[in-house]
Write a protein that binds this ligand. Structure first.
Ligand SMILES: NC(=O)c1ccc[n+]([C@@H]2O[C@H](COP(=O)([O-])OP(=O)(O)OC[C@H]3O[C@@H](n4cnc5c(N)ncnc54)[C@H](OP(=O)(O)O)[C@@H]3O)[C@@H](O)[C@H]2O)c1
Length: 230
């Protein structure tokens, strides 16, 4: 029997690419606000908004072997232009909403299962205008490591910290050739990330190929956090 993967998200962006890569070998369950491009694939879709729907409304399979949480934000502004509301909203979608649904999900997670969350390269590398998202994703990194310690050896928990990746979330930053070129140049590997780059790391972390890896944060970032080539 196929193993079950639950993806909060999956309609587009990185989650959609994870669905595309895994749907043949795994039974995929997705929950998000829109079906997006999912209707062409054999996946179970549930309309669900992590900000407004109760965790009790989330329909889960009896057994979960892999879990991915995709909702996030890119809210880049100088600190003085950010209100308390902005910080709270970023914390809500990136972190608190995850903690609300996780108890239900954990109850179904099986021995040897795996969870993947997303952070940002801007948590461990200081970048201007990132205070709000870096704070919210910083919460994810600390949370994931502690959760990994609490649930080992039953469940592995890992985090991917991407740099700028060409998905609908980053549309405003990449919506013309000039912006794309400039952003590509900033990365030592001279391109921005693709949903596929992130999905490949995600699928690796979800499967037994990564059976001896837990509690880690993986920077998938075109080298921007490690190499100073200027
Ligand atoms: N793209 C980047 O440059 C970048 C950089 C660093 C970190 N990240 C992180 O990587 C993760 C995935 O990003 P992405 O670029 O793939 O984002 P995306 O293109 O916006 O996709 C996000 C997915 O989450 C779902 N989602 C969003 N809000 C939701 C809500 N309130 N309730 C339920 N589902 C919701 C979306 O579906 P619906 O809209 O249909 O609900 C979509 O399927 C995020 O956590 C993001 O912060 C991305």
């Amino acid at each position: 029997m196929k193993k079950n993967i639950l993806i909060i998200g999956g309609s587009h962006g990185i989650g959609r690419e994870v669905v595309r890569m895994m749907h043949k070998d795994y039974q995929i369950f997705t929950a998000c606000r829109t079906e997006g491009e999912l209707n062409s694939l054999p996946v179970q879709y549930q309309e669900y908004d992590v900000l407004n729907d109760s965790p009790d409304a989330l329909q889960l399979p009896e057994e979960i072997h892999g879990f991915v949480y995709c909702p996030g934000s890119i809210n880049l502004r100088p600190f003085k232009m950010l209100s308390e509301k902005d910080f709270r909203e970023d914390m809500e979608v990136n972190f608190f909403a995850l903690t609300c649904i996780l108890p239900k999900v954990l109850a179904k997670m099986q021995e040897g299962s795996s969870m993947v969350f997303y952070s940002t390269v801007a948590v461990q590398t200081g970048m201007p205008f990132h205070t709000s998202v870096a704070a919210a994703k910083g919460a994810i990194e600390g949370f994931a490591r502690a959760l990994a310690a609490e649930y080992t050896p039953k469940i592995r928990v890992n985090v991917i910290a991407p740099s700028l990746t060409d998905t609908p979330l980053a549309e405003r930053l990449l919506n013309n050739d000039g912006k794309k070129q400039k952003m590509s140049e900033r990365h030592p590997l001279k391109s921005v990330g693709t949903a596929e780059d992130m999905a490949k790391m995600t699928t690796f972390l979800l499967t037994d190929d990564s059976r001896w890896i837990t509690g880690q944060v993986f920077k998938v970032d075109g080298g921007i956090s490690a190499l100073n080539i200027n």
